[in-house]
Design a protein around this ligand. Structure first.
Ligand code: SAH
Length: 345
């Protein structure tokens, strides 16, 4: 049987039980340094510790297998091979303000089986370690300055790559802490996108260790039968639970900058007509302080069709006219299969 993979922290605690407590912080600071690519650059830690790290712990927990670049050079998708051979993908996209958003994977594959999502078709292989999550950010930080631009920066991280982040709760929480502690990203610059696992959403509300990052819930329909049809993992009483949860969330966590977002993929003939727009408005009015992000469907399954531009405008206008704050997501990286829901190995 294969040895289970250890996090760097667990390895360090086993290897150096007598090191002072600040040592781990020095190591982490070195790991997140934007220009470092080798343990021997971390001069704050003793030579002997560096040497041992160099022997046993690779600077990044995966190796790059392939890189795909979009025509406009505003989206890059990397394929990484993990230490046990599994593959994951990670994406970086540039917005119009020349800032970059890193889209990280949280699992190898996904167990949620959403019908429109390519990752869902692979099933779940395993959870990622927190190191494997933050290393995607660390990789892109180095890649950006060495291959793309020395002046442009990563401004956001979104957990919208492969996997369901809340199904890997502990490692995602650990990764969030590391990102907040060792990068300049503030909590409003990080978004965790979830299919809406209610027990984990409940846990967030009472977990003193869960950082106040933004949450986006993949709603995709406000009609229970339709939602269950496209998201088979959806609970039977999902909406009742979501409404109760959202109200508690608004009271406890949300303030002006920490609004909830509902993501909504528009699928032709499935969730894009007036009946569905009406159901969505009704739900939003019950919850308040929610923004809706409409997502053009990136084709992954020929049985599902994109909503036309005209219908998309209709849907958006219907929401606007009923007082809902709504945006349409610009789709990046379609031609390199790096757009939302296209990540699959
Ligand atoms: N498991 C998380 C993260 C998934 S990816 C979640 O469900 O939120 C981030 C977003 O991309 C989700 O809203 C997801 O539903 C959406 N998505 C998945 N497949 C897509 C596709 N083919 N086209 C457009 N968006 C897609």
């Amino acid at each position: 049987m294969n040895e289970p993979l250890l996090t760097r922290l667990t390895w360090f605690q086993k290897q150096f039980p007598l090191e002072p407590s600040f040592r781990w912080k020095q190591i982490q600071t070195g790991l997140f340094h934007p220009n470092f690519t080798d343990w021997h650059q971390v001069l704050t830690i003793p030579f002997s510790v560096r040497n041992k790290l160099k022997e046993e712990i690779p600077w990044l927990s995966f190796v790059i297998q392939n890189m795909f670049v979009s025509k406009e050079k505003n989206t890059y998708k990397a394929l990484f091979s993990l230490q046990d051979g599994f593959l994951i993908e990670s994406v970086i996209m540039k917005n119009t303000r020349k800032q970059w958003t890193v889209c990280v994977s949280s699992q190898v594959g996904c167990a949620m089986r959403c019908t429109f999502c390519a990752t869902g078709k692979m099933g779940l292989k395993r959870n990622l370690l927190s190191d494997e999550i933050v290393d995607q950010y660390r990789f892109w930080q180095i890649y950006l300055s060495s291959h793309i631009s020395t002046s442009e920066r990563i401004s956001n991280v979104v957990f919208m790559g492969m996997g369901e982040p809340l199904a890997n709760y502990e490692s995602v929480r650990e990764a969030l802490h590391d990102l907040l502690a060792f990068t300049s990203l503030g909590s409003t610059r990080i978004t965790v996108s979830t299919v809406g696992i209610i027990p984990r959403l409940e846990q967030i509300l009472t977990d003193p260790k869960w950082p106040a990052v933004r949450l986006a819930i993949s709603l995709h329909s406000a009609d229970p039968i339709t939602r269950k049809q496209i998201i088979p993992s959806s609970y039977d009483d999902f909406f009742k639970k979501l409404i109760t949860w959202s109200k508690k969330y608004q009271e406890k966590i949300a303030h002006r900058r920490q609004h909830l977002t509902f993501e909504y993929i528009l699928l032709r003939g499935i969730n894009d007509d007036e009946h569905h727009a009406k159901a969505l408005v009704k739900l939003i009015h019950l919850i308040t302080n929610v923004r809706v992000n409409l997502i053009p469907y990136n084709i992954t399954d020929p049985a599902l069709k994109k909503t036309s531009k005209q219908q998309m405008d209709f849907f958006q206008n219907y929401l606007k006219e009923h007082g809902v704050q709504v945006t349409i997501r610009k789709s990046f990286g379609d031609e390199i299969q790096a757009a939302c829901g296209q990540l699959v190995i």
